[in-house]
Design a binder for this molecule. Structure first.
Ligand SMILES: C[S@@+](CC[C@H](N)C(=O)[O-])C[C@H]1O[C@@H](n2cnc3c(N)ncnc32)[C@H](O)[C@@H]1O
Length: 363
C-alpha cells in the first residue's frame, strides 16, 4: 500500500473509520489542520513515506471521523438492496406512507425517494420494536398512531440549511428592505419591522436575519422588531430555539459577525458548540407551523423568506401558500424563494425584482 500512496480527499461521512495514507509531512499537517478546523476529536493514524530516504513513519493525530474514504472499500452510505434489507418494504408500503405525508404535510414524495423513506423509517421500526412495515403502517393507521404521525413527518422532511445560505437574499434585506422600512417610518417613534422565516429548519435562516438587523440598524433598541421562525418539524423548531450549532456550521458566517454574535460553549456531552448570542435570540420567536394548515398570525410582514420549502408541495399547495403570503405581506413587502423555486404559473400578484426575490404588487 505504501507504494501507491494517494492523498484522498477528506470525506465528510461520519460513519467511516479508517486509515489515512499521506505522502508527506505537509499532507499530514494539512489533513490534521482540516480536522482540527472542524473541531474534531477522535484519534487517527497517519503514515508518511519519504521517497528520498525510503523511510516510513507513523503519526497519531487527533481527528474526527471525517477521514479519507478508501476508494476500494465499501461505500458507507450504500443503501441495502431490496433483497438485503432488514425489513420487507414494498410499493404498497411506500404508497401508503406517501399518501399520508401528502395529506398531512402537502409533501409530494417522488417514487425515486423509496430508499430514503426506507432508511429513515427502518430506524424508527427498530426504536419501536416493530417486526415489519405492515406493523408500522397499521400503527400509523390506528388511533394510537396519532403521535407517530409527528415522527413520520419529522423523519421524512429534509432539513438542509446553513447560515447565509443564498447570501444575495440577506444582502437585499440589508440594503433594500431595511432602508425602505426606515424611510417609510421616518417619523415613527418606534418603527415596526416584521420578518417571517417560513420553513426555518434548524434555525440558521432566522439567526442570519437577526445578524443583519443587529448589524444594519444602529438604533435597533428603539425599534419594534420581531422575526417569526416556523417549521412543521417540531425537532427542528426545538433545535432552532436552542441555538446551538457545530463549529463547522459557522464557516459561512462572515468573521466580523461570527465574532460579534456567537460564542463557544461546551455542551453537556463535552463537545465544543457554538451558541447564538442573546442579542439575536431575543428578536426571534420560534413556533411549529404546518404551512398547509391555517395560520394564526395576522401580519403584515415586511419580508417573508420561504426558501427551499415550496419544492415539496404540488401546484395547488404552492398556490394556496403563496396567496396566503400575499395576504400577509405589507403592500410593498418582499418574498424570497429558494434557488430552484419560482412564482411562474403560481401567482401574478408579485413582481420579480431580483434572483428569486419578489415584491408584492399593490392590490
Ligand atoms: C430544506 S429546509 C429549508 C430551510 C431554510 N428555509 C433554508 O432554505 O435554508 C425545508 C424545511 O421545510 C420544512 N417543511 C416541509 N414541509 C412543510 C410544511 N408543510 N410546513 C412547514 N414547513 C415545512 C421542513 O421541515 C424543512 O425544515
Amino acid at each position: 500500500m505504501m507504494n501507491t500512496p494517494t492523498s484522498a480527499p477528506l470525506s465528510t461521512d461520519p460513519s467511516f473509520q479508517g486509515l489515512i495514507i499521506a505522502y508527506t509531512t505537509q499532507e499530514v499537517n494539512k489533513i490534521g489542520r482540516r480536522c482540527r478546523v472542524k473541531g474534531l476529536s477522535s484519534c487517527a493514524e497517519f503514515h508518511t513515506f519519504n521517497t528520498t530516504t525510503s523511510t516510513h513513519s507513523r503519526v497519531m493525530v487527533q481527528y474526527s471521523p471525517f477521514v479519507a474514504k478508501d476508494p476500494n472499500g465499501p461505500s458507507p452510505r450504500a443503501v441495502p438492496s431490496p433483497e438485503r434489507r432488514e425489513f420487507h418494504f414494498d410499493r404498497g408500503h411506500f404508497d401508503f406512507i406517501a399518501a399520508l405525508l401528502y395529506r398531512l404535510a402537502g409533501i409530494h414524495l417522488a417514487p425515486h425517494k423509496v430508499e430514503m423513506v426506507y432508511s429513515r423509517l427502518a430506524r424508527r421500526l427498530r426504536e419501536l420494536g416493530l417486526k415489519d412495515f405492515d406493523a408500522y403502517c397499521a400503527h400509523l393507521d390506528s388511533e394510537s398512531g396519532e403521535q407517530e404521525i409527528g415522527f413520520l413527518v419529522n423523519a421524512l422532511t429534509t432539513n438542509l440549511t446553513s447560515f447565509f445560505r443564498e447570501r444575495h437574499h440577506f444582502d437585499h434585506l440589508g440594503s433594500v428592505v431595511l432602508p425602505a422600512v426606515r424611510e417609510a417610518q421616518a417619523n415613527a417613534v418606534r418603527p415596526r419591522l416584521r420578518i417571517w422565516s417560513a420553513g426555518c429548519s434548524s434555525g440558521p435562516e432566522p439567526y442570519t436575519m437577526a445578524m443583519i438587523l443587529c448589524d444594519r440598524i444602529p438604533d435597533l433598541r428603539r425599534w419594534d422588531v420581531r422575526i417569526l421562525a416556523t417549521d412543521i418539524d417540531t425537532h427542528m423548531v426545538t433545535t432552532a430555539r436552542n441555538g446551538l450549532y457545530s463549529v463547522e456550521s459557522l464557516k459561512t458566517i462572515p468573521p466580523a459577525l461570527r465574532d460579534r454574535f456567537t460564542r463557544r460553549v461546551v455542551s453537556g456531552d463535552g463537545d465544543v458548540m457554538i451558541s447564538m448570542s442573546e442579542e439575536l435570540r431575543r428578536l426571534i420567536t420560534f413556533k411549529p407551523l404546518n404551512l398547509l394548515e391555517s395560520w394564526p398570525m395576522r401580519g403584515p410582514f415586511d419580508a417573508i423568506f420561504c426558501r427551499n420549502v415550496l419544492i415539496y408541495f404540488d401546484r395547488p399547495g404552492r398556490t394556496a401558500v403563496i396567496e396566503n403570503f400575499a395576504e400577509l405581506l405589507s403592500p410593498d413587502g418582499f418574498l424570497y424563494l429558494g434557488h430552484s423555486e419560482s412564482l411562474y404559473g403560481v401567482s401574478s400578484g408579485f413582481l420579480q425584482v431580483g434572483p428569486t426575490i419578489y415584491q408584492r404588487t399593490t392590490r
